[in-house]
Design a protein around this ligand. Sequence first.
Ligand code: COA
Length: 147
Amino acid sequence: MKIRIAIITALETHKVRHPVLRKGRPLASCAMDGDNKKSTVHWGAYLEHTLVGVVSLFSTPEHLDTQPNCKQIRGMAVLKNYRNKGIGKALILCLENHAQKTTTAYLWMNARKRSIAFYEDLGYCKKGSFFEIEPIGTHGYLYKFLN
Ligand SMILES: CC(C)(COP(=O)(O)OP(=O)(O)OC[C@H]1O[C@@H](n2cnc3c(N)ncnc32)[C@H](O)[C@@H]1OP(=O)(O)O)[C@@H](O)C(=O)NCCC(=O)NCCS
């Protein structure tokens, strides 16, 4: 099935963030600081007319290095029944394409431990030790320099 990726609003991301990233928690917990800033971009992946995956790019200064022109990836999620179909990869490639066009040189994120191999396949590198983000769980810091 053909994946269509479009820019969506912060509120629309909640349809996927909630069941995947904030399961069992209030809908309001889906909101992230800076979601509605002008510099923040949200993408949604559609199969037919169903929103099945989301990812967001924030212009948050990263906290381990002092990298110029850096942006933070957050809220990456694909609905359970739609995983391993290339949707997550398509979202990240779309985000990276946008980042390159807007002269972003460095992408970073705090990634859930279980998803790190997914990002490593896409060229992201882990730095530092694992750490806990309560109540979500163990995370690692990942980064990628863009050409
Ligand atoms: C991580 C996640 C976004 C991946 O999305 P997806 O649509 O299933 O990923 P894709 O189908 O695009 O996978 C691309 C490649 O990564 C691999 N992959 C996917 N998830 C993986 C994982 N958790 N660990 C290792 N490899 C993974 C796929 O097998 C595929 O490999 P291939 O190109 O050799 O076939 C999805 O599993 C998810 O939403 N997980 C729960 C929420 C989460 O952890 N989000 C990340 C927060 S930091």
